[in-house]
Design a protein around this ligand. Structure first.
Ligand code: CDP
Length: 211
C-alpha cells in the first residue's frame, strides 16, 4: 500500500510549496490538482469560450491530455479565475476524479503521493493517511500572492489581488459539489504567523507520527 497525504485549503495558503517540500522530504510523488482545473479553464479561455459554460467545460475536461499541464499560461490570475469557474461544474469534477485517484493509488515512484487542492481529503482521497487543511488570514494570503506576482515582474495591486482571491474563495466554498471545507479528520494548520520553513516543520510534525 502506498501512503497518501492530502493537503487542502484556500487560495494562496502555501499548500503548493508545502506539498512539494513534503514530497521531496519523504520521496513521494506530488500532484498539483489545481493545475488540472487551470488547464481545463485555459483550454476554453484561449478559444474565446466561457469557462462557466458546462457543456464546453465538460468536453474540455474529458479531452484533457497530461501535456496540457505544461502550458506556460497556467499560473496567472486569468487561469485561476477560469479554474474556479470550471471547478464548480459537477461534470468537470467527475471527469477529473479518476485521473487524480489513480495518481494517488499508483504514484509513479511507487512509495507515496502528496496531492494538494480543495477536495482531496473530502472527495478524491477520503481514506488518505494524513489530511492537512492549510489556511491563513485573507490579508496574509493576499500579501504572499502579491509578493509572488511582483517577484515574477508582474504589475499587481494589493486590493485587486485580495478581491480576486476572496471572489474565488467564495465560489470555492459555496459551490454545490465538493465545496472547500476541511475534512472532519483533517488537521488544520494556520500559517498566518509562520514563514515557509516554520510551516514545513509544523507539517512534518503532523505527518511523521502518523506514518
Ligand atoms: O494556487 P491557488 O491556491 O491559488 O489555486 P489552485 O490550487 O491552483 O486552484 C485553482 C482553482 O481550481 C481553485 O480556486 C478551485 O476553484 C479549483 N480547484 C478545485 O476546485 N479543486 C481542486 N482539487 C483544486 C483546485
Amino acid at each position: 500500500m502506498t501512503i497518501i497525504i492530502a493537503i487542502d485549503g484556500p487560495a494562496a495558503a502555501g499548500k503548493g510549496t508545502l506539498a512539494r517540500r513534503l514530497a521531496a522530504e519523504l520521496g513521494f510523488d506530488y500532484l498539483d490538482t489545481g493545475l488540472i482545473y487551470r488547464a481545463v479553464g485555459m483550454t476554453i479561455t484561449r478559444d474565446g469560450g466561457d469557462p462557466a459554460d458546462a457543456a464546453l467545460a465538460e468536453a474540455a475536461a474529458l479531452a484533457l491530455e497530461p501535456t496540457a499541464l505544461n502550458a506556460p499560461d497556467l499560473r496567472g490570475d486569468t487561469a485561476a479565475q477560469a479554474a474556479s469557474k470550471v471547478a464548480a461544474i459537477p461534470g468537470v469534477r467527475a471527469a477529473l476524479l479518476e485521473f487524480q485517484r489513480r495518481f494517488a493509488s499508483h504514484p509513479p515512484g511507487g512509495r507515496g503521493a502528496v496531492l494538494d487542492g480543495r477536495d482531496i481529503g473530502t472527495v478524491v482521497c477520503p481514506a488518505a493517511d494524513t489530511k492537512l487543511f492549510v489556511t491563513a488570514s485573507a490579508e496574509k494570503r493576499a500579501e504572499r500572492r502579491l509578493k509572488e506576482l511582483q517577484e515574477k515582474g508582474e504589475k499587481a495591486i494589493y486590493g485587486t489581488v485580495l478581491a480576486d482571491m476572496q471572489e474565488r474563495d467564495e465560489r470555492d466554498r459555496n459551490r454545490s459539489v465538493a465545496p472547500l471545507v476541511p475534512a472532519s479528520d483533517a488537521v488544520v494548520l494556520d500559517t498566518s504567523d509562520l514563514d515557509a520553513d516554520q510551516a514545513f516543520a509544523a507539517a512534518l510534525d503532523i505527518v511523521r507520527p502518523r506514518r
